[in-house]
Each structure stands twice: as structure tokens, then as C-alpha cells.
Design a protein around this ligand. Structure first.
Ligand code: NIG
Ligand code: FE
Length: 413
């Protein structure tokens, strides 16, 4: 079906198809057209322009009146743990009373708490609760999701989570990428035998997930008290021999050596980066690995923010994502992430927008499908009322909300 959106107040986020990831001056710029139209067919953009070039309406089977709205590409969440068994608000209280993230984990909370609850969780419930969270995120502007496992920590349960992720992917409503995070925490019964667990990740989880076609990427939590850089390299090497690229958790709580391992192993992204210095920035500069900042996690844990300004000034393609999970960031609201990036990390609204759209698409290898207003890409769009400057959206922190969300040409919220 041929569709036309007319009467767009302002259309943001136009990019040529050659732009795959944005750095330098490009990340500081958002191109727009005032008083615009956009056409699409079979969910993909076929044209756009100023009203002076409005096509003949009779050529279209569907006409959508944007009534002067602001329209922009949908946001992309390249880092989520959205498939989780239950919320952990008891830890929220411990945190308020002064316990650190590490102390809560050491007291049996944290990832192990979720992993315990996950063992008996019915797949149907897991699917339904994840879909409810996804729908909430869509209504706040997210149009594509990464889905990690990592709350299973047994081969059977990690695969159960990836099966749920695959069921969501097969609905084919929006783009998803599935990431195996078997090395998220060491299960207590492997305390005396770390190598046996790492072997299980390498020889059972990775091969079975690939064989059953349940996985797109591999992840490791490379951190003091979790997995060392050597163990991370060991797992990533096996993954890469099987054709799986890495997206890894690094330098969240300490200068862990994770950035170095990620770059050495050709990771697609290194995520968190709250604790990095010039050495890590220099290493990233000589690589194609993308840096991903998760300011919602810093906000919730009251911890340092990733030095995103320095990352951008070094000419790197910064990505922003939510890290939606029950322990360190119980929110998947990327519009709030946009505000945090501006308020706490001193990014300009345009820089944060580019880090949440085209660069975020590249962090999931979806840069040819999503992330900008470009002919041939998907018509996955946000409509905001009324016509507004880009800055007004992050400025109204926690207040901004799209009035309509379109994914592949269909309104989903
Ligand atoms: O990205 N850092 C490791 N994993 C999650 C937290 C998981 C949890 O606490 O449940 C994160 O912050
Ligand atoms: Fe995470």
C-alpha cells in the first residue's frame, strides 16, 4: 500500500544512506525540513520533502494528516535485559539505606537473585511480562530492541530465555537482536571451580544457542568480582570462531581491562564505560568497536557517568542505550536517557539524538534499516505534538512522550 504523511510541522533526522555511524561534526548535526511530507510503501520510506514538492494525493491509497506534528526516526535500544523474571524493589530499599551494588550482590541479591527466580519461571509468563515491558517502551519511542539472556546461568535456563527472545523476534513486529550473556555472574555452586562454568559457556551454551538458531551476539560481564579480562577473551575467542560478534559489559565498576579485550577481540560494542580514561579512549580510537553509554544505570545507582563528552570530542561514534534491567536500571525510557545525556553528560540535544538513532542502529548492525529519515529505510517514526525544537524534548525531562509511534508503517502506540 502507498501511504503519504502530509502536514508534518518539522521532520528531523534526515541522512544520506552512505552515513552508517556519526562522529565529529556529523554527530553534532541534525538535518530537518519544515512543513514536510513523507511517503512510504510496504513499511519503507519512498520519499520526503517540503510541502512545495507535495506529490499528487491521488497517487496514494492512505493519507495520514500529521496535523503539524514534529516527526523523527524512532529510538533504538541496543542494550537491554528486558526478559527478566521479577522486579527487585527490595534491593531498591537496601540501596536507599546505603548498601552498594557490590554489597547487595554479595548478600545474595543482584544477578543471582534474578537467576534464582528465573529457574522456575514459566516461559509463557516470561514472554508475556517481557512483551508488556516492550509495549511500554514502544509507547515511549523505542522501535527496536536488543534482548539479552543472563538471568539463567544454567545452559537450560539461558536457552529458555533465548527461546523467549526468539519467539519475540519471530513476531516480526519490530527489529530485535538476541545476545547470549551466560557469563553474567558465577553461579554459587561453581565458586570453587570457575573454569568449569566458563567451559560450560564455551562448550554448551554458545554451541547449542548457535545450533538452535537462538542467538545473534555474545556478551560477558567483564568486571572485578564477575569475569576477568582473560576469561572474557577466552569466551569471546570461542564465540568469534563460531561467527558470533561480541557486545560486552566493561569498565562499569572499575578500570577492568575490558575495553582492551573488547577491541582485541573485535567486539561490535563495549558498553557501560563509567570508568575509563584517556588510555581506553585512545584504544577505541584505533578500532571499529563502538562505545555505548548507559546513563540510566549511573542515575539509578548514583554512580559516575560515562565521560561521553570526551568520547565525542575524540571523534568516536557514541551510542546511548537504556540497560533496562531489574537491578541497576529499572527503566527502559529512552526519552529520559536523552534528558540524562544532556543534563548529566553535557551532550547537546542533537548529539544525544544521533547517539539514540543512527549510531544506536549501527550498534545492532541495523544502520541500513533504521535510525534516520532515508529513502529505503523503515518508516519507524515518532510523532510529537506540537511542532517543536529538538531541544524541547529532552528539556521536558520525564514529561515528553510521543503522541503516536509508527513501526514499519503501522501505528503501534
Ligand atoms: O548492565 N552489569 C551487569 N548487568 C546489569 C545489571 C544486572 C542486575 O543487577 O540484574 C547491568 O547493569
Ligand atoms: Fe547491562
Amino acid at each position: 500500500m502507498k501511504s503519504l504523511i502530509k502536514n508534518i510541522g518539522i521532520l528531523y533526522g534526515i541522512q544520506p544512506i552512505e552515513k552508517k555511524r556519526l562522529t565529529g561534526n556529523d554527530i553534532k548535526t541534525v538535518t530537518h525540513i519544515e512543513n514536510a511530507w513523507l511517503s512510504f510503501e510496504n513499511g519503507r520510506i519512498t520519499g520526503f520533502g517540503n510541502n512545495t514538492s507535495l506529490p499528487e494525493l491521488s497517487h496514494f491509497e492512505e493519507i495520514i494528516d500529521a496535523e503539524g506534528d514534529t516527526v523523527m526516526p524512532g529510538l533504538i535500544d541496543s542494550h537491554t535485559h528486558i526478559i527478566f523474571p521479577k522486579t527487585r524493589e527490595e534491593e531498591f530499599k537496601m540501596k536507599i539505606e546505603g548498601k552498594s551494588y557490590e554489597e547487595i550482590a554479595a548478600a545474595g541479591g543482584g544477578i543471582l537473585n534474578s537467576a534464582k527466580a528465573m529457574q522456575n519461571m514459566d516461559s509463557e509468563d516470561l514472554f508475556n511480562t517481557a512483551m508488556q515491558r516492550i509495549q511500554d517502551c514502544i509507547s515511549m519511542g523505542t522501535v527496536a530492541f536488543e534482548l539479552k539472556s543472563g538471568y539463567g546461568l544454567t545452559t537450560e535456563t539461558e536457552l529458555k530465555i533465548l527461546e523467549v527472545a526468539t519467539r519475540i523476534k519471530k513476531l516480526n513486529l519490530f527489529h530485535t537482536k538476541r545476545t547470549l550473556l551466560g557469563a553474567h555472574a558465577l553461579p554459587p555452586d561453581y565458586k570453587q571451580n570457575r573454569t568449569a562454568y566458563i567451559d560450560k559457556v564455551k562448550t554448551e551454551m554458545i554451541p547449542l544457542a548457535i545450533q538452535k538458531e537462538l542467538v545473534d551476539y555474545v556478551d560477558v560481564f567483564c568486571e572485578n568480582g564477575f569475569f576477568t579480562p582473560e576469561e572474557t577473551e577466552d569466551i569471546l575467542t570461542i564465540a568469534s570462531q563460531s561467527g558470533l560478534k561480541a557486545k560486552i559489559h566493561v569498565n562499569q565498576l572499575s578500570v577492568s581491562g575490558g575495553v582492551q579485550v573488547g577491541v582485541k577481540c573485535g567486539a561490535l560494542t563495549v558498553d557501560h564505560l563509567e570508568n575509563i580514561g584517556q588510555a581506553e579512549i585512545d584504544i577505541l580510537s584505533g578500532s571499529s568497536t563502538m562505545p555505548v553509554a548507559l546513563p540510566g544505570c549511573s542515575f539509578y545507582l548514583n554512580m559516575p557517568y560515562t565521560p561521553a563528552r570526551a568520547i565525542i570530542e575524540a571523534g568516536l561514534p557514541l551510542v546511548l542505550a537504556s540497560d533496562f534491567n531489574p537491578g541497576s536500571c529499572p527503566s527502559g525510557n529512552l526519552l529520559f536517557v536523552w534528558s540524562l545525556a544532556c543534563i548529566k553528560m553535557k551532550l547537546l540535544p542533537e548529539e544525544a539524538f544521533n547517539a539514540l538513532t543512527l549510531n544506536a542502529a549501527a550498534a545492532l548492525e541495523l544502520q541500513d534499516e533504521l535510525g534516520s529519515i532515508t529513502i529505503g529505510k523503515e518508516a519507524s517514526l515518532l510523532f510529537f505534538k506540537p511542532k517543536t525544537t529538538l531541544a524541547l524534548i529532552p528539556y521536558h525531562f520525564s514529561m515528553s512522550k510521543p503522541n503516536l509511534v509508527m513501526i514499519r508503517g503501522k501505528f503501534r502506540s
